[in-house]
Design a protein around this ligand. Structure first.
Ligand SMILES: [Zn+2]
Length: 471
């Protein structure tokens, strides 16, 4: 009797110890996202794990060994359509080792990393399977960023110079970036089952359709489906597509559900221009922390700004960003209430292309039940896209890049080379602006009814037509 009780007690103790030692984490769920060139698997875990990944050929397989884990979910519901994955199997090799085998129809290059919990998700193991022929980008993959120490921030590489064909008539390329995607849903909508990522993609697609309908313009989507793209990769995609302008589409969220209205952002020279802007910049930049680009965080904001924003080309592109932003905002004001009447400036990572004018459009507050309802309707999405298209067109009619069809139109006198507008960026003086537009300081002063040379950042100046001003 006594002995039996002791044996039982020891047995219980051993079992408890074993559980303690193994500290097994549960794999609570598996999510899958297909991007144009890779497939991402995200294992949601109850705690940290160790793992290794290796490939096997003939037939092609990926084996993921997860130490200290057991499967507490089914792998059957994953939607494998359009992926090279034909099946996902698992085996508990021992109490502490879970093996997941991914059967493939084609070889892939795997990259894997773990992510620590954030506000939205717990511990995660991420396995990216890059399609063959689309080697994982070496320096900027989420995996590298997430597992390696912070990489010093270097200005983005100069764009491949698209040599302007003399008298060429190329299209003006507008890169349209639908915010968020994949496991980063963006802001939550009070409309059931809806997320910011869906609204942004719908508006982006409509915007692309409308821009493509304009002769001399071409819209290029940065994100074409429901998958995650790190922020830096977004600007990189835009650059590869030869973008003349980068437009990132978002929907706002605020703790107060009554907040409403659209806003347009350009990059700030130094931090945010208002507390709201600062709050928003943080929330939008969190995207990479959610999606796994790890160290691409707010920490590099000042370094980045100090290094790159002082560059004159940045000042020029920032001035263009403010200009196109103001035009888009004015047009949006005709169809939807505005949150702020001026272009706001904040340190959004996605706007940090030193050479491509970039704006971020918050189409409205998805956290406001009324605006959320509107944001989900096709007619409102069309109206929003129309106002953005109009603003973009106005900007490029005034500032056509050389070698484009629109520049040719202007040179042929087919679009009025009327007065232009310039939105003052930080560090610009009236003299500098006069020089840039090759007009006299006096003409610039008189066109704007200025007595002295004092101008304010964000101020809109009328630039008189050259023929009247310079001579
Ligand atoms: Zn957003």
């Amino acid at each position: 009797m006594r002995t039996g009780a002791l044996v039982t007690a020891v047995g219980v103790l051993l079992a408890a110890l074993a559980a303690e030692v193994l500290a097994a984490s549960d794999v609570r769920g598996v999510r899958l996202w297909r991007a144009p060139d890779n497939t991402r698997l995200v294992f949601d875990l109850s705690g940290p794990v160790q793992h290794s990944v290796f490939t096997l050929a003939a037939p092609d397989r990926i084996v993921i060994d997860v130490t200290g884990a057991k499967l507490a979910t089914s792998l059957d519901q994953l939607s494998l359509a359009n992926t090279p994955i034909t099946g996902v199997r698992s085996a508990q090799r021992s109490a502490e080792e879970l093996r997941v085998v991914i059967d493939l129809s084609a070889p892939v290059s795997p990259k894997s990393f773990t992510l620590a919990p954030n506000q939205q998700y717990g511990h995660r193991l991420v396995v990216d399977l890059f399609d063959q022929g689309s080697a994982p980008p070496a320096a900027q993959t989420p995996s590298v960023a997430a597992s390696a120490p912070p990489v010093p921030v270097t200005p983005t590489q100069p764009p491949p110079k698209l040599t302007p064909v003399p008298n060429g008539k190329r299209d003006i390329v507008v890169a349209i970036d639908a915010g968020h995607g994949g496991e980063d849903p963006g802001a939550l909508s009070p409309v059931k089952g809806q997320y910011e990522k869906n609204v942004t993609l719908a508006i982006a697609r409509e915007l692309q359709r409308q821009i493509n309908a304009e002769k001399g313009f071409r819209g290029e989507l940065v994100r074409t489906g429901d998958y995650f793209i790190p922020l830096r990769k977004r600007t990189e995609i835009a650059r590869k597509k030869g973008a003349d302008l980068f437009v990132s589409i978002h929907a706002d969220a605020a703790p107060r559900s009554s907040a409403f209205g659209a806003s347009v952002y350009a990059l700030s020279e130094r931090g945010a221009t208002s507390e709201t802007a600062r709050w928003l910049a943080d929330a939008e930049n969190q995207s990479d922390l959610i999606g796994g680009a790890g160290n691409v965080s707010l920490d590099d904001k000042d370094k980045m700004l100090a290094g790159v924003l002082l560059d004159l080309s940045m000042t020029a592109s920032l001035s263009s960003s403010l200009n196109v932003g103001q035009k888009v905002l004015s047009n949006m004001g005709n169809i939807t209430p505005l949150h702020k009447r001026r272009v706001e400036q904040a340190g959004f990572m996605v706007l940090k292309s030193p050479d491509i004018p970039s704006i971020l459009v918050e189409t409205g507050f998805i956290s406001n039940p009324n605006e959320a309802k509107k944001l989900h309707t096709a007619s409102h999405q069309q109206a929003l896209a129309r106002s953005i298209t109009t603003g973009v067109k106005q900007f490029f009619h005034e500032n056509p890049p050389p070698g484009t069809y629109v520049a040719w139109l202007r040179d042929e006198g087919k679009i009025a080379a009327g007065p232009r507008e310039h939105v003052v960026a930080s560090g610009e003086s009236l003299a500098l602006i006069a020089q840039r537009y090759q007009i006299s300081l006096a003409a610039l002063r008189s066109a704007n009814k200025l007595n002295g040379d004092v101008i304010k950042v964000g101020q809109t100046l009328q630039i008189p037509a050259t023929s009247l001003a310079a001579q």
